[in-house]
Design a protein around this ligand. Structure first.
Ligand SMILES: [Zn+2]
Length: 253
């Protein structure tokens, strides 16, 4: 069977409180071997850590530029430092010109602090960048950390900059509907790609998205790249394992 990784989702959100176990079971049954759960503020970071004891679930802690409440930057940094051994990356962090209520300069300052922290604790970084992809890439490349641009939806120029900087490009299930995402998949190198659901958001079907649906992104990219699903899945999964430094099951004694 195909092996897939959902490289970014929010399984800790209350949208899954009713049936989280069932959702995880469906994901595993459909070939998703690992699920990366991303925090985006202090509470979602806590909730992500609570899921961390489950096998197949991995956690990233961060602060989205679209946080809803007043967040204490120092508190979130201490969450990351205290749990450094339990997390696979810092994120999501980033820049957002569309949804953030913070002034752009303030966003940049916070983004830099987290990049600095990620470098100190030697973790890769999951970046949320919206209408700010080039700036995010430009800033991140100064920090010598491995970066993933989650749900990448930037211009082809930004894609080129991302490739030149060695960033991993994450394509979401939104590709099912989005001509822009299809074009990104066409232009990108498979070696730089991973796939994600960003669930509960960006569903490729009616209703809530969930990790099992990451295969819809695989199907689309397979058609676009004319690469067999099985072969493509093994490349994308290896890319995600490498980025998040996940052990390969075969090498576990
Ligand atoms: Zn997200």
């Amino acid at each position: 069977m195909l092996e897939l990784i959902d490289s970014h989702c929010h399984l800790q959100m209350e949208n899954f409180d009713r049936d989280r176990e069932e959702v995880i079971r469906r994901a595993l049954a459909s070939g998703v071997s690992e699920i990366i759960v991303s925090g985006f503020d202090s509470i979602s970071n806590f909730k992500a850590l609570e899921l961390n004891s489950k096998r197949n679930l991995h956690v990233t802690l961060g602060l989205s530029p679209n946080m809803r409440r007043n967040e204490n930057l120092e508190f979130i940094k201490s969450q990351i430092i205290e749990n450094a051994k339990r997390i696979v990356a810092v994120g999501e962090i980033g820049l957002d010109r569309v949804k953030s209520r913070l002034p752009f300069n303030k966003q940049k300052g916070i983004f830099k602090e987290f990049l600095e922290l990620a470098r100190e604790i030697n973790k890769p970084v999951v970046i949320h960048a919206r209408e700010a992809e080039l700036e995010a890439i430009e800033i991140a490349r100064r920090y010598d950390v491995e970066c993933m641009l989650h749900c990448f939806n930037g211009s082809l120029k930004a894609l080129k900059a991302a490739q030149d900087s060695g960033c991993v490009i994450s394509i979401s299930t939104m590709i099912v509907f989005s001509e822009k995402q299809k074009r990104i998949a066409r232009e990108a190198n498979v070696e730089d790609l991973v796939i994600e659901t960003d669930s509960p958001f960006l569903s490729p079907r009616r209703g809530r998205n969930e990790p099992a649906y990451v295969r819809y992104a695989l199907e689309e990219i397979s058609k676009i790249k004319e690469i067999e699903e099985e072969e493509l899945a093994s490349v994308l999964t290896a890319n995600s394992r490498k980025f998040y430094r996940l052990e390969c099951p075969d090498t576990l004694g």
